[in-house]
Design a protein around this ligand. Structure first.
Ligand SMILES: [Zn+2]
Length: 445
């Protein structure tokens, strides 16, 4: 007598407990109810193609969806379709560049309403820690944000101010008081000011304007603040490998600091960025080849915990308006749909197995966000799954990607690894424009 499941997905190769093996996954009520090495019976049954593997859906904890306020840059409908097409089944939205910014409970409710009817993957929210709401962070924490984002240098938009050194200390102290989490854009404004240049189309000049030292100095300040306050902190989008020794030491000391990097820092290096190629502009910047090698080594060594996209698009006009002037173009790279393929292509080239990549892009980010029932295929876990063809290749065409504006740092590049199907809570996800919203709004568990 075998149980009959709502859906059974069979795969010659499924990632379970960190290894690939043949499996039939039985799903009921949105959860994985059974995993077997023999066929299971389902009301609906799917068998993956021979070149496909079954993976957990990715969890992307760094996504900028600019709705409302800058919906022409990116909105929940387009971003979550790009996510599903790229294998991301859960994302956490950043508190800027929407208007209002997510720095009050009212603004959080506005964000939730914007997402509720349009998101086709699961969506949670970060709050912001800005000078104006220090002392009142607890309200947002209690309202369910996953933590608080702060900038230590100007954010790029007027309505989200950065914290100075004293305010950073204040935020950390306040957050430590309720066991929260501060996630930090760590570049030092003094170092940035000292290296400011006239901009222009020369990419190397742009990198020089945001040197390693800016990240190192800011990260050392975060480490010192964590040591004094005991708050939990997370370094966003680490670009500079020069900051790794300080982070390694802090973590060895037992300080509660986690670290992420992003697909574009792993898949692209300065040497590949053409002059005037503002589709590659992001802050902190994509650095040189040796730096990139060091980031990969830090991932392998466990000194960097996770890889998330920092999907941060704008309109094509803002990205390209000033004839390739890196000083003036919007800084941000769209990565939701291409992140997995970009990282996997480069990992494969370096002989790094797919299971490590999924650890960095699914299991690790889920754990980081406290979403332990996501990011893995296990009995009792969410039935958020993807069918992935690791050997298949495709050429990126920015105009075919599903995020709102047709700009991509990978435009024209051939990448390996194709997401063929996505399931959210056991339901196949359709990315067609008229597909009903199927995502759940998540609060910090
Ligand atoms: Zn960001």
């Amino acid at each position: 007598m075998t149980a009959r499941f709502e859906l059974v997905v069979g795969a010659a190769s499924a990632l379970i407990d960190g290894v690939f093996r043949p499996a039939w996954v039985g799903i009921t009520g949105g959860l994985v109810a059974a995993i077997s090495d023999r066929p299971l019976e389902g009301s609906s049954e799917v068998t993956l193609a021979e070149d496909e593997v079954l993976l957990p859906g990715l969890v992307d904890t760094h996504v900028h969806i600019n709705e409302p306020g800058r919906t022409e840059w990116e909105g929940f409908a387009s971003a979550t379709r790009a996510a599903a097409a790229g294998g991301v089944t859960t994302l956490i939205d950043m508190p800027l560049n929407s208007i209002p910014t997510t720095t009050t409970v009212d603004a959080l409710e506005i964000k939730r309403r914007s997402a509720a009817d349009t998101a086709i993957v699961d969506v949670g929210f970060w709050g912001g820690a800005v000078p104006q709401n220090l002392g009142r962070l607890r309200e947002l924490h209690d309202a369910g944000v996953f933590g608080f984002k702060a900038f230590l240098a100007p954010s790029g938009v007027d309505e989200f101010d950065h914290l100075d050194a004293a305010q950073l200390e204040q935020a950390l102290e306040e957050i430590a008081g309720f066991g929260g989490l501060l996630i930090v854009h760590a570049e030092d404004p003094g170092v940035l000011d000292a290296h400011a240049n006239a901009g222009g189309t020369d990419y190397h000049r742009f990198v020089e304007s945001r040197p390693d030292e800016a990240e190192v100095t800011a990260i050392e300040r975060v480490i010192a603040g964590v040591r004094r306050t005991g708050a939990r902190a997370h370094i966003l989008h680490l670009s500079s490998a020069a900051a790794l020794p300080a982070l390694r030491e802090a973590r060895a000391e037992g300080l509660p600091i986690t670290v992420e990097t992003c697909p574009h820092y792993l898949a692209i290096s300065e040497e590949q960025v053409p002059d005037g190629g503002t589709q590659f502009k992001c802050c902190p910047p994509i650095r040189g080849d040796a730096n990139r090698d060091a980031l990969w080594q830090a991932l392998l060594d466990g000194d960097i915990d996770i890889v998330v996209t920092d999907h941060s698009p704008s309109t094509a006009a803002l990205k390209f308006a000033h004839d390739g002037d890196f000083g003036l173009a919007w800084g941000g790279i769209a990565g939701l749909q291409t992140g997995l393929a970009a990282v996997w292509t480069e990992a494969a080239r370096r002989g790094i197995p797919l299971e490590r990549v999924i650890g960095w892009m699914a299991t690790g980010p889920a754990d980081f966000a406290g979403l332990g029932a996501k990011g893995l295929i296990a009995v009792g876990a969410a039935a958020d799954l993807i069918a992935f063809a690791p050997q298949a290749t495709f050429t990126v065409h920015a105009s075919e990607l599903l995020h709102k504006n047709p700009v991509s740092a990978y435009d024209g590049r051939e990448l390996g690894g194709v997401v063929r199907r996505t399931w959210l809570a056991g339901h196949p996800v359709s990315v067609s424009a008229d597909a009903a919203s199927g995502g759940t709004l998540l609060s910090r568990p």
